[in-house]
Structure formats: C-alpha cells, structure tokens
Design a protein around this ligand. Structure first.
Ligand SMILES: C[S@@+](CC[C@H](N)C(=O)[O-])C[C@H]1O[C@@H](n2cnc3c(N)ncnc32)[C@H](O)[C@@H]1O
Length: 252
C-alpha cells in the first residue's frame, strides 16, 4: 500500500480561523473533572489555542499545553492575555517531545490524535506519552467514532457551511467536500475558503479514522490498560451509536 501525503494545511490550524470555527465549550466540564481527579500535574497535548488549557488553568489546575504549531500557540498566548491567566505552553510534537516532567494526566482531546496517519507515528506518540506519565498517571484519548453513514453522505456532494466572520479577513464563505480512503482509513476533508475579494484558498484536513476494536488492540500493544471506554463527555459507556470514543488508560 502506498503511503499518501496526508496532512492538515496551515489555515485550518491557524488561530484566526480555528477560534472562529471552534468556539464551543461543552467538553470543558468533562476535562475539568478528569484533571481534578488526576490530583497532580496535567498536560494537554495538541492544546491548540488553549480552548481547554486556559479555562482549566483558571480553575487552578497545574496544566501545561503542548502543540506543534507556533501559530496556534500564538493564539494560546493571546487567549491567556485576554483571560489574565498564564499556563505554560511548549512547542512540541506529540511523536517526539522530551521534557523532564512526569504527569498525572496527559490528554489528547478533540480528535487531535487523528492527525497521525502512519502506524509508526501513532506508536511513536503513544510511546512518548507513556514516557511522560507518572507510574500512577492516566492517559485520555478522545477521537470520533467513525460514522460510515456520515462519511458516505458527505462523499456525494460539496456542501456550503455557514459563513465565517474572521477578524482582519471579514466574512469568508466556507465549503466542504469529503472523500474516504478506505485502505488508509483516512477521511480526506477539503475546505474551500472564499474571501471577500473572490480569492479562494483550498485547505486539506485529513483525519485518520480509528475503529473501536482497533483502538483496544493498539493501546494494549503499546503498554496501556484501558480502565473506561466512554461514548461522550457525559461519561456514558461507549456503544455503536456513540459519536465519540473516549478511552481512559493507565500504563500497564
Ligand atoms: C483540532 S485542534 C485541537 C486544539 C485544542 N485541543 C482544542 O480542543 O481546541 C488539533 C491541534 O493538534 C495540533 N497537532 C497536530 N498534530 C500534532 C503533533 N504531531 N504534535 C503536536 N500537536 C499536533 C495542531 O497544531 C492543532 O493545534
């Protein structure tokens, strides 16, 4: 099987656009509870603009945010200044960071793990996370439960999403098209942004799908014991219809 060049283009993970598209906070109570239960230092891996890290820091959780995008971390700093709370952030790739601290909780929220495409990268990230956990620490993985129906439905035609009001860019039209690569389990999302002056920008958002039975094997094979498998931020048990796969793991 040939490995394609999967990835996420710059504008998708640029803080100006990201924060307009992702202003929700319905997952924060879940992460706050998990962080409180951890009772020690916490790392949000793939923290982006601090949508979760900053509110948790406001609740006095000793939290560090890590992300591989300097642009997103610039957004993180701006959010800290707005909220007047200053958790540490580090520029780090989840596949190969190396810092001296060990954490009571490391979590990779909001599907960010789906930005890893090859088994080599996935296993490198799991090894790296495991290395940075304290012996009694927890790792929480949060990815979509892949819905074949949604992917097939979107495959049919391009759809136009609600317009975005992006600071400094004004109103931006935003279209979305998807195509599923079954061999690699990658949902290839293409976003087209159309700016006021008519200029278009085409952006890739490739998302690796993880299937439930695959995750059980993957986590076990990489030294994790799964304590709970939730289907949503309400801590309901994972079922076929669940929209999310949230796995609470400890090092085995
Ligand atoms: C969907 S955003 C999530 C941001 C934030 N956690 C949230 O919930 O709003 C995904 C983030 O993962 C980061 N990311 C992608 N691949 C990464 C990698 N290999 N290492 C570290 N961060 C990565 C991106 O830069 C982006 O900020």
């Amino acid at each position: 099987m040939t490995q394609q060049n999967y990835g996420v283009d710059e504008a998708v993970h640029s803080h100006e656009i990201y924060d307009v598209i992702n202003s929700f906070d319905y997952d924060i109570p879940f992460w706050l509870e998990q962080a409180r239960n951890a009772n020690g230092p916490v790392m949000e891996l793939c923290c982006g603009t601090g949508r979760i890290t900053v509110p948790l820091a406001k609740y006095e959780i000793p939290i560090v945010g890590a992300d591989c995008s300097q642009n997103m971390l610039d957004g993180f700093k701006k959010r800290c200044a707005r909220e007047n709370v200053f958790p540490r952030s580090i520029l780090a790739d989840m596949r190969n960071f190396d810092i001296p601290e060990r954490f009571s909780l490391i979590f990779v929220p909001f599907n960010s793990f789906q930005c890893l495409y090859s088994l080599t990268d996935i296993e490198a990230a799991l090894a790296c996370i495991r290395r940075h956990l304290s012996p009694t620490g927890r790792f929480i993985l949060d990815v979509f439960n892949p819905s074949i129906e949604i992917m097939v439905d979107r495959f049919r035609e391009e759809q136009e999403n609600e317009t975005l009001n992006v600071p400094a860019k004004g109103v931006v039209r935003w279209k979305e098209k998807c195509r599923y690569d079954a061999a690699a389990q990658v949902n290839r999302v293409t976003w087209t942004f159309i700016f006021r002056d008519g200029k278009k920008e085409i952006q890739r958002l490739d998302m690796r799908c993880f299937y439930p039975q695959e995750l059980l094997v993957l986590l076990k094979a990489n030294g994790f014991i799964i304590e709970n498998f939730y289907g949503g931020y309400d801590c309901s048990q994972f079922r076929s219809e669940s929209s999310k796969q949230i796995l609470i793991c400890r090092p085995g």
